[in-house]
Design a binder for this molecule. Structure first.
Ligand SMILES: [Zn+2]
Length: 490
């Protein structure tokens, strides 16, 4: 059995006007062939693929095609889109005869001029392979499910948890691919698109309404006729045609059961629609004061400027609040500003400088003039063992201290300071600080082992919780909670 493997991922935030270019993909590593497999052993969906192949007991030749990854950000450029379209065509032409294709995609990528990038890549693969070669799709559950994605794969599997479980999902989708190629299963898909979106404050699957929805999928999967059920609470800041949540049910040759369960899963999400909209975030000054009174490390989630949700990481809102409040404990804040890096990177360590910080990319934030001390500077290329992606690049990086606020100033967003290793690489121990600003609404797992609690901060930006005031133009209407449609069918 020859199985080919292709990975491509980017999560678009269409409210961030800064385009995602090839540089970003290069920073995360553009691997091809054997290097692609070697770099991803034990990591992410591709690590799960390799583990499932190994455990299958089947003689499988893996044909590694290529990997491109860019995290979250504005729409990818037409140049990047064409690069990956050409690469997939070239990879598949060079692969020769294959028995199955594993497509590991994010599912919420949009390009300049094209809303559904993954639908396009799947259509290219389908055109080259013909209708009979099994194609199995592995997706992030923040994907936007479209007719084109459904039409161009044999089955799809999304992540089961938030924070995500890419390794386990990679195993699950690969086991189904092997059974499909071996003729053991006959997948039948039913899916429902919901007129529903939400901010990400209720996206954790460990509790609340998201747990109810995802737990029900796991329960229904105990029926041996059900191959897999995937729920897709779409990335909220994606203004595209066909946008909205979805649920996808795959049964083994039982279309009637698939249709019935797809309705049930859609009904369940719809019944919880108001609960998904509940916010717990507090104003910046309140959050900063509260955190400053704590004895341990408090995580401040900058909901409006979530780099993991596609924002640019150029918000100064929390730095401004910390300076205004006059915090007494040490705070860590990441900030993306190539101009400020250029002004500070070549100064001697210990130099005092006055610079304008932030507000340079997304158009949501205002620059802030501050005076501080340059503590460290150097390259921001990072290699991490316990992260979804083996490497990423923040560009040149400066540690700039403004009173009690220590700023991780970078040229590129990287992962927005969302992993403590980013600070440790520059000699800073987050566990010894009073508060750390994370640019994510959900991925606190790298800090929670030594943090006392998480405070969500109500900030504006391309990933703000107040989704109603964003300028929606392309998403289908009516859409809950922008309007109040009577049913999830719109
Ligand atoms: Zn996700």
């Amino acid at each position: 059995m020859r199985l080919a493997l292709f990975q491509f991922g980017q999560e678009a935030d269409t409210f961030n006007p800064s385009p995602t270019t090839m540089d970003r993909f290069e920073g995360y590593g553009l691997y091809e062939g054997q290097e692609f497999l070697d770099k991803m052993v034990g990591s992410g969906t591709v690590g799960g693929f390799q583990a499932a192949v190994e455990a299958s007991g089947t003689a499988i030749e893996v044909v590694p095609l290529s990997r491109g990854w860019a995290g979250a950000g504005g729409r990818i450029t037409a140049e990047a889109l064409h690069f990956f379209e050409d690469r997939l065509r070239r990879n598949l032409a060079a692969a020769g005869q294959i028995d199955g294709l594993a497509m590991h995609l994010h599912g919420a990528c949009s390009a300049d001029g094209l809303d559904d990038v993954e639908g396009q890549l799947l259509a290219i693969a389908r055109e080259l392979l013909g209708p009979d070669v099994p194609v199995v799709l592995t997706l992030d559950h923040h994907a936007n499910i479209t007719q084109r994605k459904i039409d161009n794969c044999h089955l799809l599997v999304g992540f089961r948890t938030q924070p995500h479980d890419p390794f386990e999902t990679g195993i699950a989708s690969t086991e189904l691919l092997i059974r499909l190629v071996g003729g053991e299963i006959r997948p039948v898909t039913a899916w429902r698109k919901l007129r529903l979106i939400s901010h990400q404050e209720q996206y954790l699957t460990s509790g609340g309404p998201m747990k109810v929805w995802f737990d029900r999928a796991r329960e229904l999967e105990r029926d041996p006729r059900v191959l897999t059920i995937s729920n897709f609470p779409m990335q909220p800041w994606l203004d595209v045609e066909e946008g909205g949540w979805a649920t996808v049910v795959v049964t083994d040759g039982d279309p009637e059961l698939a249709e019935r369960l797809a309705d049930e899963m859609a009904d369940l999400a719809w019944s919880l629609r108001a609960e998904y909209q509940v916010t717990t975030s507090v104003p910046p000054d309140v959050a900063v004061r509260d955190a400053d009174g704590d004895a341990g490390l408090v995580i401040l989630s900058d909901t409006g400027d979530s780099v993991f949700g596609g924002s640019a990481g150029d918000s100064t809102a929390l730095i401004e609040a910390m300076l205004r409040v006059g915090i007494t404990g040490r705070a860590l804040v990441p900030l993306v500003d190539a101009g400020a890096v250029a002004a500070l990177a070549d100064l001697a360590l210990g130099s005092t400088a006055t610079v304008s910080l932030g507000g340079s990319i997304s158009g949501f934030f205002r620059p802030l003039e501050v005076t501080g001390v340059v503590r460290r500077s150097g390259p921001g290329h990072m290699v991490l063992q316990d992260f979804f992606h083996p490497e990423f690049d923040m560009g040149r990086t400066v540690i700039f201290e403004v009173g009690q606020v220590t700023i991780l100033l970078t040229e590129e967003a990287g992962i927005g300071g969302n992993h403590p290793a980013v600070y440790r690489a520059f000699g800073i121990e987050p566990a010894e600080c009073r508060m750390v600003v994370l640019k994510t609404a959900s991925n606190f797992q790298y800090y929670t082992p030594f943090a006392t609690r998480v405070l969500r901060v109500d900030t504006v930006g391309p990933t703000q919780s107040d989704i109603k005031t964003l300028k929606w133009e392309r998403i289908p209407r009516p859409m809950y909670p922008l309007e109040s449609p009577a049913t999830w069918r719109g």
